[in-house]
Design a protein around this ligand. Structure first.
Ligand code: CUA
Length: 155
């Protein structure tokens, strides 16, 4: 093979790789519906403890096997500290922060977001197996960061 041919092979390999990556990107975005999380809703961070649903943090049943878990994150803890749901429940986490930016990750699940004062985060997850999941703050938020956790207990 002469140099020109080798170069052509190389170029077409590169071009087809780019094409494959682009197709994968489009497929994940439009075929599978993957996208970056957006702003679910906003809330005035100064009034958050007086604004529904954050005036009553905790778990409520909204349908058969369906729950809403409203969480507040603050330095340094979560309210509520613990929720308990039966196995098989679909839990929609609705959360925000009252002071600075915190993290919210339910270990062993894909529930993972940042709590930003003024913005409401929301994500659902179905807990199929009984067990315990820690909710941890994964955004450094000061001296008590490592003490900031809560628990999901699945019975
Ligand atoms: Cu809150 Cu780290």
């Amino acid at each position: 093979m002469n140099v020109k041919k080798v170069e052509m092979v190389f170029l077409s390999l590169c071009a087809s790789m780019l094409l494959v990556f682009l197709l994968a990107l489009f497929y994940s975005a439009y075929g599978m519906g993957m996208h970056l999380p957006g702003v679910e809703a906003t809330v005035d961070p100064r009034e958050v403890r007086q604004t529904a649903p954050f005036d009553e943090p905790g778990l409520r049943e909204v349908g058969e096997g369906q729950y809403e878990a409203v969480f507040l994150g603050f330095a340094w803890g979560f309210q509520p500290r613990e929720i308990t749901v039966p196995a098989g429940s679909e839990v929609t986490f609705i959360a925000t922060a009252t002071d600075v930016i915190h993290g919210f990750h339910v270990e062993g699940t894909r529930v993972n977001f940042m709590l930003i004062p003024g913005q409401v985060a929301r994500q659902s997850y179905t807990f199929r197996e009984p067990g315990e999941h820690l909710i941890i703050c994964h955004e450094f938020c000061g001296a008590g960061h490592h003490l900031m956790y809560a628990r999901v207990i699945v019975e």
